[in-house]
Every structure is written in C-alpha cells, then in structure tokens.
Design a protein around this ligand. Structure first.
Ligand code: 8YV
Length: 319
C-alpha cells in the first residue's frame, strides 16, 4: 500500500525518514512545530496516509481534512493536543512514542531539582557578571522527601534516579502500581500527605479533564514553605497565577518549569522577574538519543500499519 507520510517535527531523524522511504513511503515535511499553520496542515494532510505530529494542535477539522489518513503518530507521549476522540471515531489510530523519551525527561526532572535547590543558574549568572557569592547557602537533595505525582514510565524513571540520593520516595497516582512501588521502595500516599511531607514535588501526570490545573492555590498552600515544585509534564497542570503568587509570597521554596500553559512564552512573562524559579523551554525530551528513538518508533508504527499489523503503542483511551 504505502503512500505519503506527513511530518511536522523538524527533529524527526534522517534514519527514520530512510525507514519510511525504504518501505515505499513518500515523506513530506511541513514547517516545524513552532511555525506550522493550520492552513498548511489542512492542505498537506489531504493526501497523507499517516501524520507524524509534534505538539501543534490537531483539531477534528484538521483530522477530517485527511481523506486517506489511517494513523496519527504523535511525536511524544502527551496527546492532549490531538482530538483523539474524533480520530478514533473516524477509525484513525493514534500512537505515542511510549518508552522512547522517559529517560531524557527523567534526567531533566533531576537536573531541574538540582538546579533550583543548588541555584545553579543563579550562580552561573553571577560568575559571568563578575560577582563572587559563595556565601549563599543552598539545599542538599540527599535524604530529602521527593513526591512523585504520576507514576507512569517517566515518574518511575525519576524514582529510580532519586533513590540514588537516599531519598524518601512518596507517590500519588489515580492508578497505583503497588508491585513496582514495593520493588522501588516507593510509598503511595494521598495527595494531601505527599504535599505536606515532600521537599520536592515533581509532576509527571498526563493532561486531561481530571488533572487540568491540579496545581492550584489550595495545592500550593499544602506544600512546605521550603518545598520545590518541578514541572516537566504539561503547563496546563498548573494555575500559573496561583504559582506566581506563591513564588512572590515565598510560600513555597521555588519552582523549576520546563512547560507552560501557553507556549512559546511571551516576552513579558512575569516569572522572568523572579529569583526563586528556573525556566527552560519545553526541552526535557530534546536529546539526540530520545529524538532518534522517538523518530524510529513513529516510523515503525507507520510501517506496521502498512503491513496490516496493530500499533505497538496506541493511546490507552477507548471510545
Ligand atoms: C515532545 C512532550 O518533545 O512527549 C511529550 O509529550 O511533550 C515532549 O517530550 C514534544 O511534545 C515534541 O513533540
């Protein structure tokens, strides 16, 4: 069968392009995720058999424009940007790159924990500015309590890393995995207990109706005044006004954020002024290794579809 594969992420690896071409597909790129327009997707999806989509919004209308579309391969694990209900109703499979980027995201969560508690970006800036401020004291991570919100692949990979710090590991998840928790030395607790006891609260939840703005003023109030919030998951999990207020009032110790409610950030984002937060621009999975694995997994799903095989990592939702 073969046909055309439309690709938006410009980090889609050349090895994956080759896999698709060898399977007989024509591969067409749109402009990269941050620049692609709905109009461009609408036009180019019309004769595509599969679409490798970045974090750009894929509405029902755009999916409907894909007359031949059989598979949406999400280049990532979060699929909140896709009208997956419409896709499934239309008989279009939606896959994610499960297992391909959790190591990179977990590395970044750790890096952000250390960055905020050891104030690494602050020291980097002050050294460059010719200051010498070693008298500022920061916080160790060793033997602290780390609360993991969401224990899917990424949360589990974070737990593994954090256990190297002899941390006390707490977790919260609507669907606890007790077998893993026992082996990993993790204790599932209520959200309230996790918030009131953790020195670091790290978010690894999917974005959906239940988790949208789960971090609100009440959530932040329950955290220790010294605790750090880490978000490498989705910006919309957090009420940013409430977080800004908590950081200004110093009712929590700080925040390290890789994701935001609205991306890319505006030039006048109020958090830029705060010294108790670390900000990166949605790059947790942006490593050479993860990008290649994610690309190859998308290509593999498309080749499987072409061979009449079921997808390996369809989204878990059913209609
Ligand atoms: C992706 C992500 O890099 O996996 C996800 O859901 O948010 C990131 O890891 C990003 O979405 C690019 O498509």
């Amino acid at each position: 069968m073969s046909g055309k594969v439309l690709v938006t992420p410009d980090m889609f690896h050349p090895d994956a392009v080759n896999v698709l071409k060898e399977a007989g597909f024509a591969v067409e790129f749109t402009k990269p995720t941050r620049m692609v327009t709905e109009q461009e997707v609408r036009e180019k999806i019309a004769d595509a058999d599969a679409y490798v989509v970045g974090s750009n919004k894929l509405t029902a209308e755009l999916i409907g424009a894909g007359q031949k579309l059989k598979l949406i391969a999400r280049f990532g694990v979060g699929y909140d940007s896709i009208d997956w209900r419409y896709a499934l109703q239309s008989g279009i499979a939606v896959t994610v790159t499960a297992g391909a980027n959790e190591q990179s995201v977990a590395d970044m969560a750790l890096a952000l924990m250390l960055s905020i508690s050891r104030r690494i970006p602050y020291f980097d800036r002050s050294v460059r500015e010719g200051e010498w401020t070693p008298q500022i004291l920061t916080h160790e991570m060793w033997a602290k309590t780390v609360g993991i919100m969401g224990t899917g692949r990424i949360g589990k990979a974070v737990a593994k890393r954090v256990s190297g710090f002899d941390a006390n590991l707490l977790a919260y998840d609507a669907y606890p995995d007790y077998t893993w928790a026992q082996q990993a030395g993790v204790t599932y607790v209520s959200k309230e207990q996790l918030l009131s006891e953790s020195d670091y609260v790290t978010l690894h939840l999917p974005l959906n109706e239940d988790t949208n703005r789960i971090v609100d003023a009440g959530f932040l109030l329950q955290m220790k005044p010294t605790a750090f919030l880490i978000n490498t998951a989705r910006g919309q999990l957090v009420d940013e006004t409430a977080l800004y207020e908590a950081l200004v009032q110093r009712s929590i110790g700080g925040a390290a954020l890789d994701v935001y409610a609205k991306e890319p950030l505006p030039r006048d984002y109020p958090f830029y002024e705060l010294d108790n937060c670390v900000l990166t621009h949605h790059v947790s999975s942006h490593t050479q290794e993860a990008m290649r694995r994610m690309s190859l997994l998308c290509a593999e799903e498309i080749v499987r579809m072409n061979q009449g095989l079921p997808p390996q990592y369809p989204i878990p939702e059913k209609l």
